[in-house]
Design a protein around this ligand. Structure first.
Ligand code: GAP
Length: 436
């Protein structure tokens, strides 16, 4: 497999409208990103696929959308106020700041200067609620979506009448004041998580833990990530988060090396117990069948939407030489491709061809993104669609006006097939396989 550079991905993302630097016209803000017209499609498709697999394809899952702002006591109970911190060192010369765990030696990696002693730096963003000055309350932007699920445990059990084992799935924004290293969107200050808290009977946690390792690896592979670029890495004891009994990272072979894509943790009964203690609300589960009361254990597959977007882009990126010309294409799974079909005229000066293109586009649109483009020659139009991962281009030429046939060109193989335009919708529906 060819080596993909992160800068090629970042360039393509900016040039084609996947990802832009946030507030770019003001010089940006560090490690915060905006998703452009194609990026939002890719991100939404990815979240849809996650939700489908986690919620719709199962019968043991409920969904939730909790707020970003929470009572600050949540973060006291969860341990984030006390221990969600990085140890940071400052360079006494160039004043840059570094994470202790990322330093190879005790000198500044930028200028070689002397470093300060490590200081603990909490990663949560603080803000205030309340409009009366002096009476406002400090609150935090959530650093993980998980706690919204734990504090709603009773609400979900009581309203859904769920029995263990069952899970609660949630996708939403999280915020961390990260010290970042410039790996594009990999470590952002504002990002999205897709998390499941899966509640099980204590004693059954190890079995479910193994189940979720396999299930999550399977999801990435089913959407096209190459097996050889994925691995599971178990955390050493001294690496485990304060709440975890065990944790595996799903790692992807990013251009900067093997890095975390998702964490799968056995959080035990840590969170529910802590919230019970601090809130006074009893978060114990009554097991009707066994007439037993216990605090469930939790297995948590916790993925990052932005990291998944980046991994799918890196994995899909291909460069090849075709007839002495370089071609770049994104071999994205059809379910993830931002635009599914582009309708292109071979002769944009011919109004009948243009009218036929518009009609085909109008017939196809509705269930997926279809575009019409006539802003360049056909060769350039193909290259543009290849580069953004559009699986199929449909071209209309002079013959189409006579025989009613159009050409379908497939992105990866560039193979072309001529079919009756009346069959286009049906044929593309099968090729795209979107409802399977
Ligand atoms: N609830 C558990 C939890 O938050 P985590 O390992 O800190 O665990 C889970 O985060 C996932 O969230 C990570 O595997 C990663 O995909 C994503 N993530 C965490 N911090 C991130 C950041 N600064 N930028 C982008 N994604 C991040």
């Amino acid at each position: 497999m060819e080596k993909v550079e992160l800068k090629n991905i970042a360039n393509l993302c900016k040039r084609r409208g996947f990802i832009f630097q946030d507030s770019e016209i003001y010089g940006g803000i560090g490690s915060v990103w905006d998703y452009g017209p194609l990026g939002v499609e890719l991100k939404n498709s990815l979240k849809d696929q996650w939700w489908k697999r986690m919620v719709y394809d199962r019968d043991d899952m409920e969904g939730l959308d909790a707020a970003i702002l929470m009572n600050p006591r949540v973060w006291k109970a969860s341990g984030h106020i006390a221990s969600f911190a990085d140890l940071l060192l400052d360079c006494k010369d160039c004043k840059k700041r570094f994470r202790e765990d990322k330093l190879k030696e005790r000198k500044c990696p930028e200028c070689g200067g002397e470093l300060t002693d490590p200081k603990s730096f909490n990663l949560m963003f603080k803000t205030q609620v309340g409009s009366v000055e002096g009476q406002s309350q400090d609150v935090y932007l959530r650093p993980e979506t998980a706690q919204g699920i734990f504090v709603n445990f009773n609400n979900v059990v009581n309203t859904s009448r769920r029995k263990l084992p069952f899970g609660v799935a949630q996708i939403g924004k999280s915020f961390r004041n990260e010290i970042t290293t410039g790996n594009f969107t990999f470590r952002s200050r504002e990002f999205e998580q897709m998390e499941v808290e899966f509640f099980v009977k204590p004693g059954e946690d190890e079995t479910w833990y193994e189940y979720w390792l396999e299930e999550r690896m399977g999801w990435y592979i089913s959407l096209g990530i190459r097996k050889e670029n994925l691995r599971l890495r178990e955390h050493a004891k001294d690496e485990l988060a304060h709440y975890a009994k065990r944790c595996h990272d799903v790692e992807y072979f990013f251009p900067m090396g093997w890095s975390e894509l998702e964490g799968i943790a056995n959080r035990t009964d840590y969170d529910l117990k802590k919230h019970s203690e601090l809130s006074g609300e009893n978060l114990v589960y009554f097991d009707n069948a066994r007439s037993e009361r216990y605090t469930p254990y939790v297995i948590e597959p916790s993925g990052g939407v932005d990291r998944a977007v980046l991994a799918f882009l890196v994995d899909a990126y291909r460069e090849e030489t075709v007839r002495d010309k370089q071609r770049v294409y994104l071999s994205l799974n059809h379910k993830l491709a931002p635009i599914k079909v582009a309708v292109l005229p071979l002769l944009k000066k011919n109004p009948e061809i243009v009218t036929m293109c518009h009609k085909l586009r109008d017939d196809l649109k509705g269930n997926y993104r279809v575009v019409y483009d006539d802003t360049a020659s056909i060769g350039r139009l193909y290259r543009r669609q290849d580069e953004i991962g559009t699986p199929f281009c449909v071209t209309v030429d002079v013959d189409s006006l006579e025989d009613g046939k159009v050409t379908i060109r497939e992105r990866d193989t560039m193979e072309q097939e001529r079919i009756a335009s009346t069959r286009l919708k049906e044929v593309l529906g099968v090729k795209l396989g979107l409802d399977t």
